[in-house]
Design a protein around this ligand. Structure first.
Ligand code: SAM
Ligand code: SF4
Ligand code: SF4
Length: 375
């Protein structure tokens, strides 16, 4: 990539102040957006910082020593995150995923997990509380995360070959330490664990089969993710995307895969069992085809950025400033009313439009960066 400097602060500050409804109604947990999709999944970015510089997410050329990360006072506090999470849960959210940046870099993250783990759905059920991490600090933190109330982790790992993985993370981080993190998470009971591998054609696609062999029968579900055009800095090109159909073809050369049905509505991964003879016995594999097979139709995910902006799509160019509302002293009813209005107006389906050759961005609009709103 060239040395071009891309000013991305503009698009971080692109925001809209949420409106309040004329009449405040209590949340019912049955919210539907403009396309009839419920709100079930909230991803919370707890930091915009990361100790990796994955080329597809935070390329070094842009996220260098001059890049201005958010000051601590701009981040939502744990109390603010928990307060918002409660309102989202009242509107139907059943799953919370902590992400970033690298969420384990946020200090005292265990305290936030403890607070979130106390939230119950309107039916009195605990939430599905999970976290996505690059695994670098997991060996050290797995036991304390579990003790704080975290249920599961997803770990990102883009290959087993050190040279390939280090080229992807671009900070020379070794594979062995991520594998040690995964083992520690398994030992701590943070399962079932998922491992995400972003496949970049010509960079790490030779790692597909070694990764599948490694995780087969391990209790860990490996998921291959198509390299996406998130953000505006990774220099994305379609010819670097290896379609999931091609990943599947390569896997089928070695494994006798059997299709599995979706375990929950709105699931992003197409699931396959390793062995048709022994369905489930050796575990499963997932394919996430965000580029070649859009799954906007049942997308039930909202994203809360590090500084408290609500994004109703991963590819949005604009967030809604819930922090401003919180810090202006809004009541529970006002927060709830504003979130209800925002979700009710949601008509995002970026990937579907991309697949049909239509851009949902206007002139001069740029997509928000992944490390800032979380994956
Ligand atoms: N730092 C943590 C990690 O890497 O797991 C959490 C945040 S990261 C933004 C969340 C997920 O997004 C990771 O699994 C990462 O591989 C994925 N991701 C980031 N950029 C991507 C891209 N351009 N295409 C596909 N997946 C991407
Ligand atoms: Fe960091 Fe995760 Fe982005 Fe890699 S994918 S740069 S680990 S936030
Ligand atoms: Fe959901 Fe937006 Fe992704 Fe479609 S493009 S699946 S609406 S996040």
């Amino acid at each position: 990539m060239s040395d071009k400097v891309i000013p991305i602060l503009d698009q971080r500050s692109g925001q809209a102040l949420p409106k309040l409804p004329a009449q405040m109604l209590p949340p019912t947990g049955l919210l539907a957006d403009a396309l009839g999709r419920p709100l079930r999944d909230l991803r919370i970015s707890v930091t915009d910082r990361c100790n990796f510089r994955c080329s597809y997410c935070m390329p070094k050329q842009v996220f260098d020593k001059h890049y201005e990360f958010l000051p601590h006072s701009d981040l939502l506090s744990f109390e603010e995150i928990t307060r918002l999470a409660r309102v989202f849960v009242a509107h139907g959210v059943q799953k919370l995923r902590l992400t970033g940046g690298e969420p384990l870099l946020r200090r005292h993250i265990e305290a936030l997990i403890e607070m979130l783990s106390e939230i119950r759905t309107p039916e009195g059920l605990p939430l599905d509380l999970t976290l996505t991490t690059n695994g670098s600090l997991l060996a050290r933190k797995a036991a304390s995360l579990k003790a704080a109330g975290l249920q599961r982790v997803t770990v990102s790992l883009d290959g087993l070959d050190d040279a390939v993985f280090q080229r992807m993370n671009d900070v020379g981080f070794p594979v062995a330490e991520v594998l040690a993190g995964i083992e520690a998470a398994q030992a701590a009971g943070l399962g079932p664990i998922k491992v995400n591998m972003v496949v970049k054609c010509g960079v790490n696609d030779q790692e597909i089969l070694p990764m599948a062999r490694h995780f087969r029968g391990s209790g860990v579900t490996l998921r291959f993710i198509e390299y996406m055009d998130v953000g505006a800095t990774n220099g994305w090109r379609m010819d670097e995307v290896l379609p999931s159909s091609e990943v599947l073809a390569r896997l089928r050369e070695e494994f006798d895969l059997l299709p599995l049905s979706a375990s929950v509505a709105g699931e992003t991964a197409e699931r396959w069992s390793y062995d048709s003879e022994n369905a489930g016995g050796q575990g499963e594999i997932g394919l996430i085809s965000s580029v070649t097979q859009a799954f906007c139709g049942d997308c039930n995910r909202a994203r809360l950025s590090t500084e408290g902006k609500l994004y109703t799509c991963l590819f949005a160019h604009r967030g809604h400033d819930l922090r401003a509302l919180l810090r202006s002293g809004a009541s529970e009813a006002e927060l709830s009313g504003a979130i209800g209005l925002l979700w009710g107006a949601r008509a995002d389906r970026y990937s579907q439009l991309r697949a049909s050759g239509v851009s949902s961005l206007g002139d001069g609009e740029r997509r928000v960066e992944m490390h800032y709103i979380g994956g």
